[in-house]
Design a protein around this ligand. Sequence first.
Ligand code: TA6
Length: 313
Amino acid sequence: MPLNIIHDANGLPRTILTEPNGSSAEVLLYGGQVVSWKNERKEELLFMSSKAIWKPPKAIRGGIPVYFPQFGNLGSLEQHGFARNRMWSFDGDTSSLPPANNQSSVDLILKSTEEDLKTWPRSFELRLRISLSAGKLTLIPRVRNTDNKPFSFTFALRNYLSVSDISEVRVEGLETLDYLDNLERRKRFTEQADAVTIDGEIDRVYLTTPTKIAIIDHEKKRTFVLRKESMPDAVVWNPWDKKAKALPDLGDVDYKTMLCVDSAAIETPIVLKPFEEWKGYQELSTVSSSYCSGQLDPWKVLQGYHSPHPVNH
Ligand code: TA6
């Protein structure tokens, strides 16, 4: 059980994770949502909308919302499911994971309620371990089917990344992949053979991506590295100006400093037999990069190569 539970101005209970290098993360019980991740220089690495609504049952637009039991708005469930609009609790039963260090790690759980069973008649336990270490934020989601019949779900961790200028961002690791374009009624396309750059609204589900994806913020000379397992797909979303204006909980120009690159299991829903458990893994880290010296070759970042003389900023 983490030591420091505080209630913020909106009365939302949260816990703060810290680690010796000085980085920190804030996690709300509402939605089981990371709402802040700061590096050792106290720089905020995640995007939070300037007009986010911190009031249940509205989803908070920023940080890392959990999309469960569905990505998208198929059928009777609300868009992206209900996990992000529910109050989670601290999970004392962490038997199947190595013990957490309470200062830099928290275990949360969301169990199906009578209310939820009306809209999604399956009983489940959704667990999320959030761990902070120097330069890394790790999320380990688990879903257990506690019902007596199989069920399937789709899932995503929506990573709202803070970027200095969306037009100066490149995403490496998605080249030549097929993707479903949400702007073209989920029609299937194939990505070109070069890094993805963003110069307008983008809303794509890239299918069966490599384990590592690099998001390079040229101006900040910072590269986010997303490593994921058991979540084969990745969603890339930026609403651009028109959609940003249409979203009441997003500032009109907020699109310029955000990019969502999600870990996701969408194309092939996850099927669980009774009492079976699915486990995912996501690690977000940042690498200093300096183009002027040509020190960062994104390909090498994706291959796990780190320059022997890292650039200090
Ligand atoms: O990226 C998928 C998507 O559904 C977009 O079409 C856009 O609606 C975005 O997610 C935000 O969804 P939300 O329900 O958080 O407003």
